[in-house]
Design a protein around this ligand. Structure first.
Ligand SMILES: Cc1cc2nc3c(=O)[nH]c(=O)nc-3n(C[C@H](O)[C@H](O)[C@H](O)COP(=O)(O)OP(=O)(O)OC[C@H]3O[C@@H](n4cnc5c(N)ncnc54)[C@H](O)[C@@H]3O)c2cc1C
Length: 393
């Protein structure tokens, strides 16, 4: 284990063992899956149990593992581990998005039988997407146009959801639609249904520059008849569910970046230690050393924050009490991911811009983190509003 990996172990003890185990399990897959499509990678990684919310049952008679982390911490550690192995960051992002942004909040929101009916998504055979954003924007859900109107026992859905991660390949969609008028907090509802439902079309797929390893697309709804059972929670509870899914995402989605951040720090530390420059090793420069320390600082801070959020959720803290901390975590980790990438790019020189060099930089994916799960500018406004400032978006 490199010094970078052995010194930066700020997660709970049980979590570190899960990170290591999942890194080791994913390592052989990284080679086997090179050049394979998104779906093949998804299924192979899901086969390791990364999407499973509950840990496997202990062997009969086995003593209880006192160091075993809680389920949320374990999920975060599995995501970090596969990222650390070098799995495509787009695939790791999509898995983190499904686990934290959809599976945990849906398990809490759905009656047990309804959750059981979709629980197979944890095995990877079927894939879920979270469809909120519309072509005109995503930050202001109460301005959405997609509408579900009552029709007998069920609903008829009209509209479109755009810029949706995994929409080109998803089997199930969690769709937010208007069931009431205006900007009332009860004007939205959430529906969970198969993308194969008549009237749903997968429209445009976007040539996304960030996280290109996961496809992004659009779903168009033209007279889609939905049974009453597809409604998640009651009619009018869409904004409450959305608050839960986005709090989970803000708290933990950036866990996907821990693996890539650690890999970058390790690569640049090796580079600075070994490269000869100006007649000495590059890392003998105080300025270079300082950039390496700053990279370690932001990685340490990000890990500490993310595992802190996982611990709060494992302790059963309701998401409604975590909205500010989740927003602050998302802002901090995304901006630290950008900062770490900036240091790495500076230290890499021209190699950062050569795709097949030893130090290529992915500049788009860290920058995208400033936007998804709530643009940081708008999250800052929300935090200040919670503190009582008279500030609106
Ligand atoms: C990689 C990626 C994956 C995504 N996956 C999904 C997905 O799976 N499902 C989904 O529904 N959506 C997804 N999205 C879309 C995402 O949710 C939206 O991009 C996000 O909600 C922001 O909406 P917007 O892009 O329209 O930004 P805008 O709302 O237009 O905001 C952009 C910027 O405008 C400025 N701004 C605008 N209004 C104000 C204001 N009142 N005060 C201050 N500043 C303001 C801020 O600087 C802000 O950062 C994804 C996006 C990305 C990048």
């Amino acid at each position: 284990m490199s010094a970078v990996d052995s010194l930066l172990r700020s997660g709970p003890a049980g979590a570190e063992a899960v990170v290591d185990a999942y890194r080791d399990r994913a390592l052989p897959l990284v080679e086997q899956l090179a050049g394979k499509g998104f779906r093949d990678q998804w299924e192979a990684l899901a086969g390791l149990g990364v999407l499973r919310l509950d840990p496997p049952e202990p062997e009969p008679g086995a003593p209880a593992d006192a160091a075993a982390p809680g389920p949320v911490t374990r999920s975060l550690a599995m995501i970090e581990g596969i990222g650390l192995a070098g799995v495509d960051p787009g695939v790791v992002y999509a898995m983190a998005s499904q686990v934290f942004g959809m599976e945990y909040p849906l398990r809490a929101a759905l009656p047990a039988a309804a959750w059981q009916a979709v629980a197979r998504i944890q095995d990877g055979g079927e894939l879920l997407c979270h469809a909120l954003t519309e072509r005109k924007g995503g930050s202001d859900p109460l301005s959405m146009d997609t509408r579900a109107r009552r029709d007998g026992d069920g609903y008829v859905l009209e509209g479109a959801k755009t810029f949706i991660t995994a929409a080109p390949v998803a089997d199930l969609a969690l769709v937010f639609a208007r069931t009431g008028e205006g900007r009332s907090p009860f004007s939205l509802s959430a529906f969970l249904f198969p993308v194969s439902t008549p009237g749903v079309t997968r429209a445009e797929a976007f040539a996304k520059t960030a996280l290109p390893g996961v496809p992004m697309g659009e779903l168009v709804f033209d007279g889609v008849r939905l049974p009453a059972g597809s409604l998640v929670g009651g009619e009018g509870s869409g904004l409450a569910l959305l608050t839960s899914t986005t709090t989970w995402e803000r708290a933990l989605l950036l866990g996907y970046a821990l693996g890539p951040m650690r890999r970058t720090l390790r690569r640049l530390t090796d580079w600075a230690s070994e490269r000869g420059h100006f007649g000495r090793r590059m890392g003998a420069s105080h300025q270079v050393a300082s950039r390496i320390s700053d990279m370690a600082l932001v990685l340490h801070r990000s890990r500490t924050l993310l595992y802190g959020m996982a611990a709060r959720l494992d302790a059963g803290t309701p998401t409604r009490r975590l909205s500010v901390e989740a927003a602050l975590t998302k802002i901090s980790v995304s901006e630290d991911y950008v900062r770490l990438t900036e240091h790495a790019t500076a230290l890499s020189g021209v190699r950062a811009f050569i795709a097949d060099s030893e130090l290529p930089a992915d500049l788009h994916s860290p920058m995208a983190a400033l936007t998804y799960a709530g643009p940081n500018d708008l999250l800052r406004i929300g935090v200040a509003r919670e503190f009582g400032l008279p500030v609106e978006n």
